[in-house]
Design a protein around this ligand. Structure first.
Ligand SMILES: [Zn+2]
Length: 342
């Protein structure tokens, strides 16, 4: 399986001044939708699986779905990332499985719920960096906590990232990428009105980027929750209360200030659910799952394509040849944790 490391993908994005969407998967249709959108737009892409996804799909199925993705779309640079690893053990199992990148979320204790202190976070993240870089795998850390709870992850408590601590954290841990908390939440219910720049605390991203220009910043909980998608779900019998996500233009502003990875999950869930509800309503006599899974896949693909275009990754799939994991490991050994891949 020829996957790119996330480090290379993000370094190239930094060189090119664009962001890369990281889309969550649990099943075949999601992998197909994302890969087809990447193919259509010529985009490098990050596919990520949470612990919940690995449990749902089974590691072996996930591995072979990703292997199939790289076989069917050999021209697409794709990184496979563990989303919200709760412990060094979870990250180790992802690395053993063939993931090219892991997130050690030490902002929470290993129950994935209780906010952890700075020392704990530094300790577990440092441990994962040592283990992962040894074999060329990328590491994302998180400082501060997001609101919301999704896939059983999250304290539901917002703690914005402190820029001084961010500098210290990166120096102490050697992470390649840092997830920052700027007031967003996981899930569909992020804001009760359209968020402005203050609500979103974009100044945190700007300040951290000025002080850590070599660290790739990650925006979690960055679905835009478009009204059109919510409306389709509700029109066909759904019950989603009015809600706002992160506007695409704010993400684009973040990309100008060092945001390289943007996590999007909810928007695909909404697109799929709306398409399935519509299909059920339009022909209640149908019972072939392909009848509703095909429009669901197409609706997800459309969202992914729009994000790839908006984030600027479109057209960059063939910009570079993948550096193998063993070669990346040599680079970390020779240049230290804070290397530059160019
Ligand atoms: Zn997240």
């Amino acid at each position: 399986m020829a996957l790119v490391t996330m480090r290379q993908l993000l370094d190239e994005a930094a060189n090119g001044g664009y962001g890369v969407g990281a889309f969550n998967v649990n099943n075949l249709e999601q992998v197909q939708a994302i890969m087809e959108a990447a193919h259509e737009t010529g985009s490098p892409v990050i596919i990520q699986a949470s612990r919940g996804a690995r449990k749902y799909a089974n590691d072996r199925f996930l591995y072979h779905l990703m292997e199939a993705a790289t076989e069917v779309y050999p021209e697409i640079s794709v990184a496979l990332h563990q989303d919200h690893g709760n412990s060094p053990e979870t990250c180790k199992s992802a690395i053993d499985l063939g993931f090219t990148s892991v997130m050690m979320d030490g902002s929470l204790m290993d129950d994935g719920k209780t906010p952890a202190d700075f020392e704990y976070n530094v300790g577990v993240t440092r441990e994962v960096v040592e283990m992962a870089h040894e074999v060329g795998v990328t590491v994302e850390g998180e400082l501060g906590t997001l609101g919301g709870i999704e896939d059983d992850v999250g304290s539901g408590e917002v703690n914005l990232t402190d820029p001084d601590q961010a500098v210290e954290f990166v120096e102490l841990t050697g992470v390649d990428a840092l997830a920052v908390a700027i007031g967003t939440s996981h899930g569909a219910y992020k804001f009760t009105k359209e968020p402005d720049r203050e609500v979103l605390a974009m100044y945190i991203i700007e300040e951290i980027n000025e002080r850590l220009p070599g660290t790739h910043l990650v925006m979690h909980g960055s679905s835009s929750v478009p009204k059109e998608l919510v409306d389709i779900v509700n029109e066909y019998g759904g019950d989603i209360q009015p809600t706002w996500g992160v506007p695409v233009r704010e993400i684009q502003e973040g990309i100008k200030h060092g945001v390289r990875k943007i996590n999007v999950d909810t928007d695909l869930r909404l697109a799929a659910t709306g398409a399935i509800r519509k299909a059920f309503a339009e022909d209640p006599s149908e019972f072939d799952p392909r009848y509703y899974l095909k429009p669901a896949r197409a609706a997800m693909q459309k969202v992914v394509r729009a994000r790839m275009e908006a984030f600027g990754q479109a057209g960059h799939a063939k910009d570079y040849d993948p550096i193998s994991l063993p070669d990346m490991a040599v680079r970390y050994r020779e240049q230290g944790h804070q290397l530059t891949v160019t």
